[in-house]
Design a protein around this ligand. Structure first.
Ligand code: AMP
Ligand code: ZN
Length: 111
């Protein structure tokens, strides 16, 4: 499949990797929107939260726990976790990913 994040997961595209295990990979965003901005993705191709299946629930829990661990390692107390879904959600890469942003204050509502 011609998916940039599947290629990152397969090691076919170099990336600034910060974490990897059997199921998950995390890497710094190419175009950071905060002093700390990394992405956490499943290695398995899932298009977005909108196509998540019941059988993915363990995987999703693993991703959330990896986010917590990586945020702790980066000494983030307050931070933001975002997943964009579809065109109106602002999703540009159709492979499920969670943005973790930190190191500055964030505002609400988002743009
Ligand atoms: P989204 O717009 O929510 O789909 O987010 C996609 C994110 O992936 C953007 O923040 C991009 O900067 C980032 N991105 C795209 N390609 C790469 C890459 N090869 N390595 C790291 N980050 C990337
Ligand atoms: Zn993919």
């Amino acid at each position: 499949m011609d998916c940039v994040f599947c290629k990152i997961a397969a090691g076919e595209i170099p990336t600034d990797k910060i974490y990897e295990d059997e199921y998950i990979i995390a890497f710094n965003d190419l175009d950071p929107q905060a002093p700390i901005h990394f992405l956490v993705i499943p290695k398995k191709h899932i298009t977005s939260l909108a196509t998540l299946d019941e059988s993915d629930s363990d995987l999703l829990a693993k991703i959330m726990l990896a986010i917590k661990k990586l945020a702790n390692e980066n000494n983030l107390e307050g931070y933001r976790v975002v997943t964009n879904i579809g065109e109106d959600g602002g999703q540009t890469v159709p492979h499920l990913h969670f943005h973790v942003l930190g190191g500055r204050a964030f505002h609400w509502p988002p743009g």
